[in-house]
Design a protein around this ligand. Structure first.
Ligand code: MFK
Length: 538
């Protein structure tokens, strides 16, 4: 029986995810040329609406009906079918229609095409049940084909990977990990054997994300090279013209902490035909072209989850009452949300900056300094935002009290899905060591220092004077550290590699935010909050 005093909480509701995102819109307005922004804005608004509407239902369906491995047909024949939810398939269709991959390669806006694609991915990801994962690998595959692919192979595959027609759209997998290791791929044991003039792959792959893809890029020991077989990169089509797997035995799907809708398999290649891509024996170098794209996607996904969490927490704070007033009226809750907002705003500036550099690089518009910064900031942005997204998601759950811990609210999946971002595509430590390797190359730190000095010189507002000195000091620490720590030996350098990478992330982001305050598109309070935590941890 109902009763007048019965009370129900109001759930948080999302508005149009483009229109409501003042930080993204301000960034685009500040950096993207007016005529480009006018052209891309209607599409972003449409996608912002889909991300807060129909895509939520698709994602909920995909999460509620995780993929299923069907090893045999009813007559006992081995089929290794992967059944996925209708919602998961619908999210693939949305990705094709919205050009989540294609936008970057159509290059309608020259170097700004990657920024445009980044904004679209950012809107798509948090409503996609991480269907962004196959998109990341497909984008990486498209790039590796663009850079290294034989014309015939690229002509066959690129129209599928870049299609906006869902019926023609293919996705790609990136299968690096074997039982021997995912970070250290030197133990790869898959063999590429030459049979009748073509390669066939034999070996077990331990994590194959998005096994519903049509093609995959994978490493194997190349029989054509020498007895030990150096690693080369290979491309394989998973299915024949009848839709049957081509000599691929699926052992099982993984039961993971999160990314529940994403089918991740253990499988064995039993003579699967494949084509080599790139220089023979240079497989790691060649596949790093894919890694740099998927690491970029990872960073975009991390920021987009931060924004999604914040959007939900802010809406809830305007509805939920406690101790006689709304959560949004409690000074301590305001403080918590403002800190989250600062973390998100910094991360967004770092990632959009990376998109700008990537766009220049892909269209031949990058200077040599841009290329150096792109190589350095890709692992930096991936490792920093991946880690921070977990902290932000955890705080967001807390903003909902007990409701944040309840599965049906959808909030726990935010935390679970953020957790993978610091693991796949290079863990925080592996990427910190990558950063160390990058700065050991000549002139990288000089380029970084010169870039920061130039940006600091542009800060004229009096309220930025004190922070300008702090940022300058932190950057000085960063530049000096490898040489100072290196004097105590290699171990000391490696021990400090994570603190070093975080210091680059925090200091470089501070200078980007300071530039945004100077231009008037970010509030000084956001920068002050960012700089409250140490910029350099060295
Ligand atoms: C929404 C987000 C979606 C994300 C999708 C995720 C789904 C996919 C899931 C997965 O596939 S998870 C598996 C991910 N695996 C990794 O990320 C591997 C992590 N390990 C590393 O990155 C190691 O550092 C590495 C494997 C590269 C180390 O191997 P090596 O053999 O010790 O490589 P080395 O000697 O450092 O580099 C070999 C060459 O590649 C060198 O060039 P040279 O031959 O010219 O000297 C390097 O400079 C080059 N290289 C390495 N990393 C590079 C790179 N070049 C450019 N960019 C890089 N990042």
């Amino acid at each position: 029986m109902s009763n007048d005093t019965e009370f129900f909480q109001e759930p948080a509701v999302l508005g149009n995810q483009y229109q409501d995102d003042a930080v993204l819109r301000a960034w685009l307005k500040s950096f993207v040329p007016g005529e480009v922004l006018r052209e891309i804005q209607p599409g972003l608004e449409r996608l912002g609406g889909r991300a807060a509407g129909e895509m939520l239902a698709m994602a909920a369906d995909a999460e509620a009906h995780p993929p299923r491995h069907v090893p045999y047909d009813p007559w006992g024949r081995r089929v290794d079918r992967i059944e996925v939810a209708a919602g998961w398939q619908a999210l693939h269709r949305v990705a094709a229609e919205e050009g989540i991959v294609a936008t970057a390669y159509e290059r309608r806006h020259g170097p700004w095409s990657r920024v445009h694609q980044c904004a679209r991915l950012y809107l798509y990801n948090p409503s996609s049940a991480i269907c962004s994962c196959p998109m990341a690998m497909s984008d990486g595959a498209a790039r590796v084909l663009e850079v290294y692919g034989e014309p015939a192979l690229s002509k066959h595959l690129l129209p599928h990977l870049l299609s906006r027609n869902p019926g023609n759209f293919w996705t790609a997998g990136q299968w690096m990990t074997e039982r021997t290791g995912g970070s250290d791929v030197s133990g790869t044991s898959t063999l590429a054997l030459l049979e009748n003039g073509g390669y066939r792959l034999h070996g077990t792959k331990w994590f194959t994300s998005a096994i519903t893809c049509q093609i995959a890029m994978t490493l194997a020991r190349d029989e054509a090279l020498d007895a030990n077989g150096k690693l080369s990169l290979f491309c394989l089509e998973l299915r024949d013209t009848h839709g049957e797997l081509r000599n691929i035995f699926v052992h099982q799907l993984k039961d993971k902490l999160g990314t529940k809708a994403l089918p991740t398999a253990e499988l064995t290649l039993q003579g699967t035909p494949a084509v080599r891509i790139g220089e023979p024996g240079k497989g790691v170098k060649t596949i790093s072209t894919i890694l740099n794209i998927t690491r970029f996607y990872n960073a975009v996904a991390a920021v987009s989850y931060m924004r999604r969490g914040l959007a939900l927490a802010e809406d809830y704070a305007r509805k939920r009452r406690a101790f006689g007033k709304l959560l949004s009226e409690h000074p301590l809750h305001q403080e918590t949300l403002a800190d989250l907002q600062s973390e998100f705003t910094g991360a967004l500036h770092l990632v959009m900056h990376l998109a700008m550099l990537l766009g220049r690089d892909e269209t031949g518009a990058a200077s040599s300094d841009d290329q150096v910064l792109l190589r350095l900031l890709t692992p930096v942005a991936k490792l920093y935002t991946g880690k921070q997204s977990i902290a932000v998601a955890s705080e967001v759950l807390e903003c909902f009290g007990g409701q944040g811990y309840i599965e049906e609210t959808g909030l726990p999946s935010l935390l679970r899905d953020c957790q993978v971002l610091s693991i796949w595509e290079g863990t925080t430590n592996v990427l910190s060591l990558d950063v160390l390797r990058v700065v050991e190359k000549a002139e990288v730190l000089e380029v970084l220092a010169a870039d920061v000095t130039r940006r600091l010189a542009g800060l004229q507002r009096p309220e930025l004077a004190v922070l300008r000195v702090s940022i300058q000091r932190a950057m000085k620490d960063v530049i000096a550290w490898p040489q100072t720590a290196g004097k105590s030996g290699r171990d000391m350098l490696e021990t400090g590699a994570r603190r070093f990478a975080f210091s680059i992330a925090r200091t470089y982001t501070a200078v980007l935010l300071a530039g945004a305050v100077q231009n008037g598109h970010v509030h000084n309070d956001t920068l002050q909050r960012w700089c409250r935590a140490p910029l350099s941890m060295l």
